[in-house]
Design a binder for this molecule. Structure first.
Ligand code: ZN
Length: 221
C-alpha cells in the first residue's frame, strides 16, 4: 500500500490499489527511458475514499505490476497536493509569487520554485529601495539596513557554499536537488517573515494592548 498526502482531502493517507496496474506505452513516457506503470488508488480516509491516479517510472520492467507498483519508492499522483500558503502581510504581488514558489515545490518543479523564490527576494529588496548589484549583495544590504538578521544572511551564503547558487542565472544548467530547492524556498520564507510578517504581527499585538489599556482607563480600573 502506498502512502501520500491525498490531493483531494489533504490528509496523509494510505492509498489502496483498486483493480490492476498496467504498463503505459513508450509514446507517453516523457523521460524517454525506462518503463511507466499506472493504476487507480483509493484514499483510505473514511471521509474521502476518492480515487487518485498513480504513475511510477522504473528502470526495470515489473514482473508483477499489481504487486510491485504500490511498493515503488516514488509515485506521481493526480490530483496532487498543491500547497499555496498565504502571506497576509506581504505586498500582494510578492505574496502571490511566494505562494507560487511553494506550489512549484509541492509538484516537484524545483527549478520553477527556485526561480520564483529568487524573484521574491529581488522584489522584496526593490520594495526597500535596494536595486543595485547581484542578489547576494542585495541580501547583504538588507542585513546592513537592519531588515534581516545576520543568521538569515549567513543562511543565504551557506546555500551558495553548498554549491547551489541562490543568485545564479543559469538555472537550466544547474543540477537542482530537492533539498537545495527546499532550502532556497525556506530562505525566501525567512526573508518575508522578518521583513513583513514579523513587524506586522508585532504592530497588531501592540495595537490590541493599547486598545485594552484605553478600555481599562475608561472603566476606571
Ligand atoms: Zn483523500
Amino acid at each position: 500500500m502506498a502512502s501520500t498526502v491525498c490531493g483531494w482531502c489533504g490528509d496523509r493517507a494510505h492509498m489502496a490499489l483498486v483493480g490492476d496496474a498496467y504498463r503505459l506505452p513508450d509514446s507517453v513516457n516523457y523521460r524517454g527511458t525506462g518503463f511507466q506503470y499506472t493504476a487507480a488508488f483509493r484514499c483510505s480516509s473514511e471521509l474521502c475514499q476518492r480515487l487518485s491516479v498513480g504513475t511510477t517510472h522504473t528502470g526495470l520492467q515489473y514482473g508483477n505490476p499489481k504487486g510491485e507498483m504500490p511498493r515503488a519508492e516514488y509515485i506521481e499522483w493526480v490530483p496532487s497536493d498543491i500547497r499555496r500558503p498565504a502571506f497576509p502581510y506581504v505586498p500582494p504581488q510578492i505574496a502571490e509569487t511566494a505562494s507560487e514558489a511553494h506550489a512549484c515545490l509541492s509538484i516537484e518543479a524545483y527549478r520553477g520554485a527556485v526561480a520564483l523564490a529568487r524573484a521574491v527576494v529581488e522584489a522584496t529588496a526593490k520594495d526597500h529601495g535596494i536595486t543595485k548589484g547581484a542578489l547576494v549583495s542585495k541580501i547583504d544590504d538588507l542585513h546592513a539596513e537592519g531588515l534581516i538578521r545576520a543568521i538569515t544572511k549567513e543562511f543565504a551564503h551557506e546555500i551558495r557554499q553548498g554549491g547551489n547558487e541562490i543568485a545564479h542565472g543559469d538555472l537550466a544548467d544547474e543540477p537542482m536537488p530537492p533539498e537545495d530547492a527546499e532550502a532556497i524556498v525556506k530562505f525566501m520564507d525567512s526573508i518575508l517573515q522578518e521583513i513583513y510578517q514579523g513587524p506586522a504581527e508585532m504592530e497588531a499585538l501592540k495595537k490590541s494592548r493599547l486598545e485594552r489599556e484605553q478600555r481599562n482607563k475608561q472603566s476606571g480600573t
